[in-house]
Design a protein around this ligand. Structure first.
Ligand SMILES: O=C(O)CCC(=O)C(=O)O
Length: 297
């Protein structure tokens, strides 16, 4: 199918340095559907995360189909398995962009998935897609963002080793007019950088024509009332979540998704449940304020 409009034909991915502001990144997500922030995390943080996750990556099988990648490993449960992942998961620039770009009337947003994507040598390109198609391709209104995705470069991302492919501007196309005639740009970036894109932006993993594995840390965020792609209550069960900092508990989904969504037993909030506290008189309003404070947004 040929695109009816010229969005993205010559567009690049907007690119910023580590001093980028929430406003700059949010504006890039709105206008181009994507943004790169170079060297946002120090290499030592990347080293620490990869050291935590090495045994888990070793034990991970390759994907079962061409979309997951027959030569690609997907290793999840980062919050439970790696203390070093926490600074990536709750990076203030990313959380600020999520707060700004995701549907303004939301009560909260939460983690959608945490996953190291290790694309092995000789892997072909992943099919291009929109991440929000995971919701049975539900036709969300075109002007509402329900999901923000990030991929952090655990190695230098190059054209040859499978840097993420993105069509800048494709978030503005409706499903009906969508095609792949637009210019696909690769998120070439140095280690410790992050590429952000919305749930509506067309993208996919690149082909790895190098001799080394390409590892990206994929962390996605979604509105608090949508189902999480990675089941955080099983990946980060209460016995682990109980000892996490409160902002991470909430990002994992131990929070109210709206006034009445997500309570436990006697109308206790998940926070009260984890703390072993009795129920409070009101759920939603307190939780909205708490979410914003805890996330620093
Ligand atoms: O690994 C990448 O660069 C992109 C992966 C991706 O888009 C996905 O698995 O949905």
């Amino acid at each position: 199918m040929i695109l009816g409009r010229d969005y993205g034909r010559d567009m690049e991915i907007p690119r910023f340095g580590p001093d980028a502001t929430v406003d700059q990144v949010s504006e890039a997500l709105r206008s181009a559907g994507c943004a790169i922030v170079e060297r946002l995390m120090p290499e030592a943080a990347v080293d620490a995360l990869m050291a935590d996750m090495a045994p888990w990556i070793d034990a991970t099988p390759n994907g079962a189909d061409s979309f997951s990648g027959l030569l690609t490993k997907r290793t999840g449960a980062l919050v439970a398995r790696s203390r070093a992942s926490w600074d990536f998961v709750a990076h203030p620039l990313v959380l600020g962009a999520c707060e700004s770009v995701l549907w303004p009337k939301k009560t909260s947003f939460q983690l959608h998935l945490t996953q190291l994507i290790s694309i092995g040598p000789d892997s072909p390109e992943q099919p291009l897609h929109r991440d929000q198609w995971c919701f049975d391709s539900f036709p969300f209104p075109d002007d509402i963002d329900v999901e923000i995705s990030t991929i952090w470069a655990m190695h230098d991302f190059t054209e040859g080793n499978g840097a993420t492919r993105i069509i800048p501007g494709s978030h503005l196309e409706s499903n009906e007019t969508l095609g792949h005639s637009h210019r696909v740009v690769q998120a070439v970036m140095p280690r410790g950088s992050v590429v952000l894109y919305t749930g509506r932006t067309i993208h996919g993993g690149g082909a790895n024509r190098s001799t080394a594995v390409r590892t990206g840390l994929n962390i996605d965020y979604v509105l608090g009332w949508l189902r999480q792609e990675e089941n955080q209550y099983l990946s980060v069960p209460p016995e682990i979540a109980r000892d996490l900092p409160v902002h991470l508990q909430r990002l994992c989904g131990y929070a109210m998704g709206s006034y009445a969504l997500g309570y436990v037993d006697d109308v206790r909030s998940p926070a009260d449940y984890l703390a072993g506290a009795v129920s409070r008189s009101s759920l939603g309003a307190d939780d909205v304020a708490f979410n914003r404070d805890a996330l620093g947004t």
